[in-house]
Design a protein. Structure first.
Length: 166
């Protein structure tokens, strides 16, 4: 049964609007310390969040059970994607990272490094990139490196320098 009472729907609209504008998934930049210009090549990166690492099952009498939370999860992983340039910006960055220990710190900005609402610091990161496919018939797509970012997030949030990206 559809809810078609206009006043009821207006109430839902008003309450939702009062919560504020929704964050747009594309409004981010990912910056690797020491490779700041490459932020313009990062197409996808994980949004770090703190939460419980899972559940602990606690047995109760009569075969019953309950849950309690595990320790806070600070070790994370998520998908990343980088566009490559003719100059080999990402290929060269990966070689340099590997020759200096492969570990880096990074910042995920909600906005750009120049104007952002907030930023989250990621610690002791490393990248595992998949081998991209090269295809003679694919004339419609730029070369992209995809893979997994492994990182630690401890809830460090930097205050923004803009209230609306403008």
């Amino acid at each position: 049964m559809a809810i078609s009472n206009a006043q009821y729907l207006k109430g839902q609209y008003d309450v939702t609007k009062a919560l504020g504008a929704k964050v747009i998934s594309s409004d981010f930049t990912f910056v690797i310390d020491g490779y700041e210009p490459n932020y313009l090549l990062c197409k996808q990166a994980p949004e770090p969040e703190l939460s419980s690492a899972g559940e602990i099952e606690v047995p109760l009498p009569l075969g019953a059970m309950m849950y309690q939370p595990q320790q806070v999860k600070v070790a994370h992983q998520g998908p990343v994607a980088f566009f490559e340039t003719v100059q080999g910006s990402i290929d060269n960055m990966m070689i340099n990272l590997l020759t200096t220990g492969a570990i880096f710190n990074a910042t995920l900005y909600e906005g750009t490094p120049q104007r952002f609402l907030k930023a989250k610091r990621l610690r002791d990161c490393f990248l595992q990139l998949d081998n991209p496919d090269r295809d003679w018939e694919n004339r419609a797509q730029v070369l992209m490196f995809t893979g997994t970012l492994f990182f630690h997030y401890f809830g460090e949030v930097l205050p923004g320098n803009s209230s609306d990206y403008n």
